[in-house]
Design a protein around this ligand. Sequence first.
Ligand SMILES: Nc1ncnc2c1ncn2[C@@H]1O[C@H](COP(=O)(O)OP(=O)(O)O)[C@@H](O)[C@H]1O
Ligand SMILES: [Mg+2]
Length: 257
Amino acid sequence: MPAKQPILRVQGLRKNYGGVPALQGVDFDVAAGEVCGLIGPNGSGKSTLFDCCTGLQASDAGKVLLKGTDITGWPMHRIAREGRLLRSFQKTVVFQSMNSEDNLILAGQMSRFPGVASTFSIGRASRARVRALRERARELIEISGLSRVAHLPAGHMSGGQQKLLQFATMLMPEPELVLLDEPLAGINPILIEKVIASIEAANRRFGITFLVIEHNTDVLMKLSHRVIVLHQGRKLADDTPEAIVRNPEVIDAYLGG
Ligand SMILES: Nc1ncnc2c1ncn2[C@@H]1O[C@H](COP(=O)(O)OP(=O)(O)O)[C@@H](O)[C@H]1O
Ligand SMILES: [Mg+2]
């Protein structure tokens, strides 16, 4: 029997900026339901890889397949509109005067049916949809640990709570694969724990697949089922976190520093 189709397949991906080779032929798969870490020194091509997967940058060679569909060369809006692949906090807006549930329902309405009728829940189909959105919103509030403050206008929540609400907002359109570029950068240790718990809960509860770039290696190793290491635009290693932290090449290129 053939192996299950990966949710993301990157094949021979290359990208040059002028004379600078950012990606020099990168191959890897991400399986559906995985939390996969992506690490490497500054300038190793991690963000460029995300740019090429989301259509922000056109690659020079290679392929990107999303659930078997070749999305190579698709412009960003087409990949975004298709709805399955999402990059961290793309288009995330939190309205300060609205509570968490209303923010989330609105985000859900805007993402799939950005019309007047659906936004103002006119008609029976629309009311059924609002019920479904409310249910997802409540689950996401729970997943993000916002239950105690969910009744407050977002503007009255702490900065950390608003960040968690942004995370929940991002998941309202039911993405299947989410790319997070340094989600923990510049946030305090307590919030780090909460963001990590939210990612884990979203992965477990909804089966959402995550590919996460993160410099906080300790945290990333605990979160990830598998870790890919980039070095100078090439894949240096692709293994379990336990094997990655013991890999001499990875220690030399990145972890040892
Ligand atoms: N938009 C750009 N224009 C020109 N060079 C870029 C651009 N983005 C990235 N680079 C270069 O490509 C290489 C990889 O960068 P990047 O993908 O940002 O690495 P990382 O995210 O791993 O730090 C670096 O040499 C960087 O300077
Ligand atoms: Mg980067």
